[in-house]
Design a protein around this ligand. Structure first.
Ligand code: PLP
Length: 392
């Protein structure tokens, strides 16, 4: 099973033949009978120690078989030993911060901006007792201190599609673990662990689920990193609901196909937008020439793009008919949003501008609709916003 499409369809389903079922069962049990209480106790102890498996789940906050299938499938796609799923992407970010900093006594985080607004805000407020130094990708080594517990980066970055050489940051980080948020690229286009990332994080809410109907997060990592994450998940209760685990697992099966279709349309839209009189600047990997990571670390250009309109961004969004004005991304339908107003509002306009996110930037998540329909919708809205009359 080497092909990625094959792995996406069949991953995490090893036990289905033995169970005699075709679709993975959704196990909604909150508790599990433990007739031998001593054996149940041993299982509980194993979970509490961070084990990946034990003789009984005992209780749903400790383990769930439906969620575990999704975790195995995702880990296989990322090329890591294990996956640990959480209730949301932010719960996953929180768990990594707790594992890398709180559990080790480290206090300091080095982060490369821009980051998803929620991650940026969590780090900037120091809510979890950490202190963050924000740097450019080539300033990571200089920012590392004896008490640095984690380096955080996103590539392609949310929302401006900045690209970062993961191996270079890993080299600069030395012994400090590196968290790479791989939400935009998905495991189809990029596997950060292969470039030395310690933790590979996804907001499963986006491409993994792919249909805008499930909230979840997951961290792919080595076995010795997964244990503490599971321990934290048990104690903080940041568990993914089994129905969410089922939907994320099902989403993986079509992830390669959805990504290929969306990427194809996104590349076409990026090319056309770059020539549109109502657009001043388009950000899309590879659009303005080669980048060292493109074709290597990042195997495709992806389905996210960002652009600045010459007109009011709010008018552009308001004039769209087919494309949905909404936060989130990675769904089968195309979504657009204004990061400075919504997803990245709490970061603040000045900080955003300083990290390469202009205040009028619009972020487009391209879905799997017909590209001509998407273009017609964008074209008319951009022309109205730019003050041109739309005829016909
Ligand atoms: C959405 C998002 C998150 C947060 O995920 P939730 O599932 O909304 O908690 C983290 N990182 C990136 C890049 C995201 O786009």
């Amino acid at each position: 099973m080497n092909g990625v499409r094959t792995r996406a369809v069949h991953g995490g389903r090893e036990d289905l033949g033995r169970l005699g079922v075709h679709a993975p069962p959704i196990d909604l049990s909150t508790t599990y009978p433990v007739p031998d209480q001593a054996e149940g106790g041993a299982a509980l102890g194993a979970w509490a120690d961070g084990a990946a498996d034990a003789s009984s789940p005992v209780y749903a906050r400790l383990h769930n078989p439906t969620v575990a299938r999704f975790e195995r499938a995702l880990a296989e796609l990322e090329g890591t030993d294990e996956g640990v799923a959480f209730a949301s992407g932010m719960a996953a970010v929180t768990a990594v911060l707790q594992a890398a900093c709180l559990m080790t006594g480290a206090k300091h985080v080095v982060a490369v901006r821009p980051l998803y607004g929620g991650t940026d805000h969590l780090l900037a407020t120091g809510l979890l007792g950490t202190e963050t130094t924000y740097v450019r990708p080539d300033e990571v080594a200089a920012a590392i201190r004896p008490d640095t517990g984690l380096v955080v980066l996103e590539t392609p970055a949310n929302p401006n599609l900045d690209l970062i050489d993961i191996a270079d940051v890993v080299r600069q980080a030395g012994a400090v673990p590196v968290l790479v948020d791989n939400t935009f690229a998905t495991p189809m286009l990029q596997n950060p662990a292969a470039h030395g990332a310690t933790y590979v994080l996804h907001s499963g809410t986006k491409y993994l689920g792919g249909h805008g109907d499930v909230l979840g997060g997951v961290v792919a990592c080595a076995g010795e990193r997964a244990g503490p994450l599971r321990q934290l998940r048990i104690l903080t209760g940041a568990v993914l609901h089994p129905l969410g685990g089922y939907l994320l697992h099902r989403g993986l099966a079509t992830l390669p196909l959805r990504m290929e279709a969306s990427q194809c349309s996104a590349a076409e839209l990026a090319r056309r937008l770059a020539e549109h009189s109502g657009v001043s600047n388009v950000r899309y990997p590879g659009l303005h020439g080669a980048h060292p990571v493109l074709g290597g670390q990042l195997r495709g250009t992806g389905a996210m793009l960002a652009f600045e309109a010459t007109g009011d961004p709010n008018t552009v969004v308001g004039k769209l008919g087919l494309i949905t004005p909404a936060v989130s991304l990675g769904s089968v339908d195309t979504l657009i949003e204004h990061p400075a107003a919504l997803t990245h509002r709490l970061v603040g306009e000045e900080t955003l501008a300083a990290s390469g996110v202009p205040v009028n930037l619009l972020r487009l998540s391209v879905g799997v609709e017909d590209v001509e329909d998407l273009w017609d919708d964008l074209d008319q809205a951009l022309r109205v916003a730019a003050g041109e009359r739309v005829d016909g």
